[in-house]
Design a binder for this molecule. Sequence first.
Ligand code: X51
Ligand code: ZN
Length: 664
Amino acid sequence: MGTALLYDEEMTKYKLLWVDAACKIEVPERLIVSYEALVRSGLSDRCISIPAREASDSEILLVHSELYLEAVKKTPYMTLEDLKEFTLQFGDVYFHPNIYHCAKLASGSALQLVDSVMTGKVRNGIALVRPPGHHSMHSAANGFCVFNNVAIAARYAKQKYGVKRVLIVDWDIHHGQGVQYCFEDDPSVLYFSWHRYEHQNFWPNLRESDYDSVGKESGAGFNINVPWNNVGMENSDYLSVFCHVLLPVAYEFCPDLVLVCAGFDSAIGDPEGEMCATPDIFAHLTHLLMNLAGGKLCAVLEGGYNLTSLAQSVCQTVQTLLGDPLPQLANLRGPCKSAVESLQCARSAHRRYWSFLKHATDPPMTDISTKHIKSAMEEEEKTEMAEEERCTEGKVWPEPPERLCPPVCSASVLPDDVACPDGLKRLSSSKDLEPLLVSKLKNRFRTAAVDGDGVTTFSRLYTLIEKLVANEIRNGLVLVPDVAAVMMCVVQDLTSDLVKRVLVVCVGKEKELDYVTTDGKVLVVQISSEDSEEQRSKYYIPVCLKKGCSDTSGFIQAVLGLLLPLGYEYNPDLVLLVRMPGSGVVDSMWQQLIGLLQGFAKGHTLVLMQVNEKACMGSTASALLGHPAPPLQDLQTPFPEDGDALERLRERLQADWKMLQTTS
Ligand SMILES: CC(O)(O)NCCCCN
Ligand SMILES: [Zn+2]
């Protein structure tokens, strides 16, 4: 299934008709440069173009009052003076004779997108719209917004398709208070927003934008605010909040549909955000949401005022929606102090509502409101961030790297008597191994592993790895008689001269891995049921689950809160995912893991499985081919021992691995 793209140039046909410093950045060119970038890059041709339509009155009334709608209906007939007068009653927004028409098209586009996804016409999609929506309220326009496009889409999805749970992720740099007000008492809509806040000193300067607004009545716990109290936030800060706040809750919430308030003013260069995250971060934010709700994801444009970073960010988002390989993110050095403070406050405010946050620790202060921390914090941060470092318009950043699709998506190396799963390309050709390598293999394994057949297997495996590294193949599936033996061989002999860093994710444990690196060429994360006697090195991290890998709750908690942050910080060039026999990992969890690991090493994942587990080759192949993983149904509360152990492991490792930091 494909990716929908909604765009109609009619929505470029309104603009600010008078002088207003707050509104002058919201220009038609925002939409034009975004769409043109998609055309120029060839991405628009790869999408399924869906026509925009006007939202009907009844659809608009799902969120707004009749009074407000009737008033807005009159604006097309107003004189310039009337429009100015009408605008005065609202904040930081302007009206134009054609904005009502465009606002209906913007909301209608979001609804068209929901229809396309919910009917299975497409897997996911994006609507390039203006005016944006997330600030508009029941009876008020605000912050360049007239109708709340995403809030209307959420209500519409519930009403028309019986969607039970909607996750709204708002990565725009402003707080979508309109969305918060709409759903704050509604447990069927989980609203997550991060936003520039600066202890309430940034627009819209609302007390209720702080992290302690968790929702009301039955909606308590279903509103998550992460305030940024400093500018200059980077990729590390955004990914930390996804891994340690949003994703654990999103997986526990288990939405049927994901809507994204896709504002790109959170990108570097934007005059509103003054942040430093690069456009390719949106490739990863999109990717991290794509395994939820069976991949049903609708992104709707909100803000974004630097035309260069906006266009690049839109392209990064669309490319990920299309399933292209992700760019590697380099130098993730962990969240800054202020970000850790914010994520810790958000986690602790929600600890009582989400079992996946149960082990969150309180921030140092008794009163967790960030305002009281401000003095000490700001002194600290001011030194950390001298004025000139602040990210402003003058900031420059590299063009996002090309994300080339390898000619072959998934290849397999299988015993001759095992059928190749659909969609995978069987690798039979292989160049003979260097004699030196063969002798090394023989020396290493006197077992059957390197008899005639073994050498063929290894040479095919070597060829596969070469092709992964050369980006001729994206990922691979290998079935062998002895997984542990082959894993050692891959790590020690077959990759050493081909890649700089290998992330080995070992699911289950047949025996202790007798391979420990200290030079950092290999990072091993082993998730199993047995505790390993001790922590051997920074590069061998055993995660023990009380009930083993069959405990999906504990497993996903370890993946989101430990494996993902580690992987981002380590930034491997190859991921070796090893499924030890008898691991007991649940199929949907296995597919989720494969999906999430695609975020690393440009998707170069090599899955190693035992021949006797060939029954799960189908689901493995499906995940490797990029099909969305099935949702993890009714996750139980993770075992307290596991939650505690994970927290302790993070505390112990965070000195070495900054991305694990969740406590200040
Ligand atoms: C859509 C939006 O969140 O980018 N609007 C920002 C309005 C800022 C007014 N000072
Ligand atoms: Zn914004």
